[in-house]
Design a protein around this ligand. Structure first.
Ligand SMILES: Nc1ncnc2c1ncn2[C@@H]1O[C@H](COP(=O)(O)OP(=O)(O)OP(=O)(O)O)[C@@H](O)[C@H]1O
Ligand SMILES: [Mg+2]
Length: 349
């Protein structure tokens, strides 16, 4: 029998609310230092009544990991609010983090082998987690419980019992890492590039597993990836990040089927077939990324945008609801002169 933790008044609240969340770091330039927003006013909500896979995509340095770390309480927010089931994560005590938050919110990282000591048998992690979180009433029940959790990731305890991490394939190790995350019966898994170190053939099987976990175990997954194809295949919704901004967000079918932001259009056109399992990082050619993109005034994409207008250089575009998604671009802003939109500066590069 399992024992689950709960907090009062938290069940009807959204699972996760992110409201104008920012993380500010400093870049050293000689003796001076300049602030930049690694995550810049990000907002979204994950509902508690309907589990979903929320994909977060964007090129390297767009703030995906920083966002994940803030959600996981591993990095404090500089500005804005992050609530999990109505509780402000930054305000939780260490005890609440340990006994409640990490019961409910679990991470999965890129490198499964980094999560396990090479000197420790891999099943011992599952036993420890089950016992630490009191998931079973008595020790005798632990193997049965672990076996049940492993079956959700397509493994059995017999397959991994007594084995060391280096005796497992990358795909098996990542499955064990996901099983370990599932031990506590989480409501939310934050998976940061969980398939990027795996062969293309294994990527789909892990990604399919997230879909199955959502259906069978009612777990929501924040799926962070470089791989637009698996994001398209798995994500119910998608957020496209650029230099800390969420530039486009909505149902994946809409956003990737008919991207509106010039950056999303650029991403999509960079992969030959979105349905193929090819990773976009090898294919993408996003021109030269400008160093000042984090700190520039106006739109961060203005320097490489094929549809740039004068207004984009000095003004931050608003997030506008358009065709079923939010898009952070003046092109969809009715307040911007139609004449200006017609006079788009043509691409030069
Ligand atoms: N602790 C830190 N101190 C200073 N800058 C940081 C720190 N962590 C991240 N950054 C910077 O913040 C920006 C966003 O980094 P982040 O790792 O969140 O990007 P990412 O989207 O996960 O990239 P990748 O796809 O390469 O994993 C980068 O410019 C990075 O160098
Ligand atoms: Mg990252």
């Amino acid at each position: 029998m399992t024992v689950t933790a709960s907090m009062p008044d938290s069940e009807s609240a959204p699972l996760l609310e992110i409201d104008d969340l920012s993380k500010i770091f400093h870049i050293r330039q000689g003796f001076a230092s300049q602030e930049f927003h690694a995550v810049d006013n990000a907002s979204f909500v994950i509902d508690s009544d309907k589990p979903e896979i929320f994909a977060v995509v964007g090129e390297s340095g767009s703030g995906k990991t920083t966002l994940a770390k803030m959600i996981l309480g591993m990095e404090s927010a500089s500005q804005g609010i992050l609530r999990y089931k109505n509780r402000v994560v930054n305000d939780l005590s260490r005890k609440e983090m340990k006994t409640w938050f990490y019961h409910e919110v679990q991470p999965v990282f890129q490198d499964p082998f980094a999560a396990f000591s090479p000197l420790k048998r891999i099943d011992s992690y599952l036993y420890e987690t089950a016992q630490n979180y009191k998931m079973v009433e008595n020790k005798k029940e632990t193997p049965r419980y672990i076996n049940e959790v492993l079956s959700a990731v397509g493994l059995t305890l017999a397959e991994i019992a007594g084995r060391y991490p280096n005796e497992l394939s990358g795909g098996q190790a990542q499955r064990v890492a996901i099983a370990r995350a599932l031990i506590t019966h989480p409501s939310l898994i934050v998976a940061d590039e969980p398939v990027s170190m795996l062969d293309a053939s294994l990527r789909m099987s892990i990604v399919n597993m997230f879909r199955k976990l959502k259906e069978d175990n009612k777990v929501s997954v924040i799926y962070i990836t470089h791989d637009l194809a698996t994001a398209y295949y798995t994500g119910d919704r998608i957020a496209v990040m650029l230099r800390g901004w969420i530039v486009e967000m909505g149902p994946t079918e809409q956003v990737l089927g008919n991207p509106l932001h010039p950056y999303t259009q650029n991403l999509k056109s960079s992969i030959p077939s979105i349905r193929s399992s090819e990773a976009w990082e090898e294919k993408i050619d996003l021109a030269v990324i400008e160093a000042d993109e984090y700190t520039r005034t106006g739109c961060k994409f203005a320097g490489r945008c094929p549809a740039v207008m004068d207004i984009c250089h000095d003004n931050v575009p608003p997030s506008i609801m358009h065709e079923g998604r939010s898009v952070k671009c003046f092109l969809y802003d009715d307040a911007v002169d139609a004449e200006k939109k017609r006079m788009l500066t043509p691409a030069t590069g």
